[in-house]
Ligand binder design. Structure first.
Ligand SMILES: NC(=O)c1ccc[n+]([C@@H]2O[C@H](COP(=O)([O-])OP(=O)(O)OC[C@H]3O[C@@H](n4cnc5c(N)ncnc54)[C@H](OP(=O)(O)O)[C@@H]3O)[C@@H](O)[C@H]2O)c1
Length: 335
């Protein structure tokens, strides 16, 4: 039987050990749709799984990690998919409790599979992936909540990260004035080049502690950080402002209800895990291929060879990672 390359996490004495291995199709979790992987990506969730942070990966047996996958169907027992279909799979249990994208092949339930929309290549799909879906859901929810470009600037925190940089581009593409809030002063030019009209230093932004900032500057905010950042954003929102909450870098929150009540703030929770139903998922992928397609994906996403996977993981913990890291899993995949 043909063997192929896979990156698996083993748990030994409670600690993760990652390595490349040669597997056969019978070694990976079964599923009716068999996909030849073209590209994957690295997200914070992948770095957590590789380094044993947060216990988000199964430990009773080895797991091929990688939560984002684009590729081509080579076999399907489900009539919704046929050999040759280009597809995308993100989240569900992929790469955490079901063998994932860091292997030449994956076998998955048909219910997890999204047909690649026209207008996106397999490479571009992984330039977007979970981060793009999160940014797209936030923009979509802003629009449904009635936020319009003329209402005022929209802040994006964690702006240099995967979700942040894609959101900056998507919001600017939709005509919003975007203010990027970032801890990386050296990324100011990058953030302006992808659509930010201004860049604020995270440290400076966090300094004003008042519960209600007079003359609040933002009509909307996408928070990719959480915790104290969410408190500061709420205090900086104009009346009827909207804050989309996606980030979980800071989980605990101490705040006041004052802006929420006195300024009628809407809080929009963003979740692209299995809670995001398939019709919504497909609709958002369609939008990412059309009106939400980032104009600067070539700057936001950078490819790395499959072999560089392990050494690139740590950039997600020391916060040096910028934009999206796309992993070239399938060697012959076109961009
Ligand atoms: N809700 C969902 O469904 C969903 C889906 C995907 C991801 N997420 C969450 O969204 C967040 C962003 O994901 P991502 O993929 O964009 O991650 P990422 O690429 O690692 O970017 C996170 C960014 O947050 C900022 N940051 C990191 N550590 C920080 C700290 N201690 N204090 C303040 N800011 C910090 C940094 O941006 P700057 O240096 O520019 O400030 C960093 O680049 C994560 O918490 C992730 O778990 C949620």
């Amino acid at each position: 039987m043909e063997t192929f390359k896979a990156f698996r996490v083993h748990t030994v004495d409670g600690k993760p050990q990652c390595r490349f291995e040669q597997l056969t199709l019978d070694d990976i979790d079964p599923g009716p749709v068999v996909i030849r992987t073209a590209f994957s990506a690295i997200t914070y969730k992948d770095a957590m799984a590789a380094r044993g942070v947060g216990k988000n990966v199964r430990t009773d047996r080895p797991c091929v990690t990688g939560v984002d996958l684009s590729g081509v169907v080579i076999r399907s027992e489900d009539e919704r998919f046929r050999e040759g279909d280009s597809v995308v799979v993100t989240n569900y249990q992929l790469g955490t409790f079901h063998d994932g994208a860091y292997a030449d092949y994956a076998r998955v339930p048909a219910e997890w599979v999204v047909p690649l929309p026209d207008g996106l290549s397999l490479y571009e799909a992984m330039g977007l992936g979970t981060s793009g879906l999160t940014a797209a859901l936030a923009v979509d929810r802003f629009e449904r909540a009635g936020l319009k470009p003329g209402d005022g600037p929209v802040a994006v925190t964690g702006a240099s990260g995967g979700v942040g940089s894609l959101a900056v581009d998507m919001l600017a593409t939709r005509g919003y004035e975007v203010v990027a809030i970032s801890g990386k002063a050296e990324q100011t030019d990058f953030l302006k080049s992808i659509g930010a009209s201004r860049v604020l230093s995270r440290e400076a932004f966090m300094q004003d502690k008042s519960p209600l900032v007079s003359s609040p500057p933002f009509a909307g905010a996408l928070d990719n950080v959480g915790g104290a950042m969410l408190d500061r954003l709420a205090a900086n929102l104009m009346p009827h402002g909207k804050v989309a909450v996606a980030g979980m870098v800071g989980v605990e929150l101490t705040t006041t209800v004052l802006p929420l009540v006195l300024r009628s703030i809407d809080i929009l929770g963003i979740n692209v895990s299995r809670q995001l139903k398939m019709p919504e998922r497909r609709r958002l992928w369609q939008r990412m291929a059309t009106d939400l397609k980032p104009r600067h994906l070539d700057r936001i996403a950078r490819p790395i060879p499959f072999t560089d996977l392990d050494k690139t993981m740590d950039s997600f913990f020391n916060v040096s990672s910028v934009g999206r890291v796309v992993v070239e899993v399938g060697s012959t995949a076109p961009r």
